[in-house]
Ligand binder design. Structure first.
Ligand SMILES: [Zn+2]
Ligand SMILES: [Zn+2]
Ligand SMILES: [Zn+2]
Length: 315
């Protein structure tokens, strides 16, 4: 049983998926993502794994409750995929070769293109949760792809901001930010031929990093072959710096921000956002009352200082 419930006070959908409570606890000596499990091919490099406990499905599960005008209810229509990065249980993204990461970029691209064409899919989100502190129960290196039947709120906010900036200034907001960051250099982390990584001026997390495509483009399926490779390369460099910052495998949330699946959004600009939960070697940043209840973040560090630390971290 699962459904989308409308919160009329915040004007947003909440996905309920009570069947997910029954997810089995995996025995510690068995991993379904490892070759030999019977659940994945004996040989693979990157692999798209159907999520057995998806919050969104096609066809959707019947809603557990009936909605009305105030409490709207929609079926939890959509798709949730698991993307296996590598057959080895202990090889995380920064440890993969650039050639291997190019395969991952191409898998993301292929699946993104497929999912956005499905009728009723409004947003395709490519992301990764990494680390037990983020709540990841399956340590085998993997990311996920969600295909939503609506555009999630934070993306709506970014789209509205980019559109209004374009209207007022006849320029892309993201291209402007990129220009400013490259000019000052204070918050830059690393760059290559096609991408720039930096700690944003307005970072909400101490070690937040955004990777912007330098060419003005919207989606992963617009990348040229050299840009696919440059994306693979910068992902490896940023995550390697993360791991070398405090010498442990650095947890993070990584999200690819792209325009919605349907329609034209020429004012939006392809980028990736990383939110690592650590604020120092042994302290986590928790989302407490203010962050959770108001959406306003308190970042007790300077983006300029954190960028300098990341620049100095070895690759
Ligand atoms: Zn495994
Ligand atoms: Zn742009
Ligand atoms: Zn964004």
């Amino acid at each position: 049983m699962s459904e989308l419930r409308w919160n009329p006070t915040a004007r947003e959908w909440v996905s309920t998926a009570s069947h997910r409570q029954n997810r089995p606890l995996m025995p510690t000596d068995y991993c379904p993502f490892c070759p030999g499990s019977g659940r994945v091919p004996e040989h693979y490099d990157v692999y798209l794994y159907p999520n057995d406990f998806a919050a969104l499905t096609i066809p959707p599960a019947p809603p557990a409750v009936k909605g009305d005008r105030l409490y709207r209810v929609r079926p939890a229509y959509g798709q949730c995929d698991v993307v296996l990065y590598h057959p080895d249980h202990h090889t995380s993204l920064p440890q993969l070769s650039v050639d291997h990461l190019v395969k991952l970029v191409r898998l993301w691209r292929r699946r993104f293109t497929e999912l956005k064409r499905i009728p009723g899919i409004e947003y395709v989100l490519i992301f990764e949760n990494k680390g037990a502190v983020i709540g990841v129960t399956m340590p085998h290196p993997h990311g996920q792809i969600y295909a939503f039947p609506y555009v999630p709120p934070r993306l709506k906010t970014e789209l509205a901001a980019a559109r209004s900036y374009q209207r007022r200034h006849q320029r892309c907001l993201y291209c402007e930010i990129l220009r400013k960051e490259r000019q000052s250099g204070q918050r830059l982390v690393v760059e290559n031929s096609a991408f720039t990584a930096f700690v944003p001026f307005y970072a909400r997390w101490p070690y937040e990093v955004h990777i912007f495509a330098r060419r003005h483009l919207g989606t992963i399926d617009e990348l040229r072959p050299a840009e696919e490779r440059a994306l693979a390369e910068i992902l490896k460099r940023v995550t390697t710096k993360y791991d070398n910052l405090f010498n442990f495998s650095f947890p993070y949330m990584m999200l690819m921000h792209q325009p919605p699946a349907k329609g034209r959004f020429p004012y939006y600009h392809f980028h990736i956002e990383f939110y690592p939960p650590y604020r120092s070697r042994d302290k986590l940043k928790y989302l407490a009352s203010v962050e959770t209840g108001t959406g306003s973040f308190l970042n007790d560090s300077l983006a300029e200082e954190k960028a300098a630390e990341l620049r100095a971290a070895s690759e």
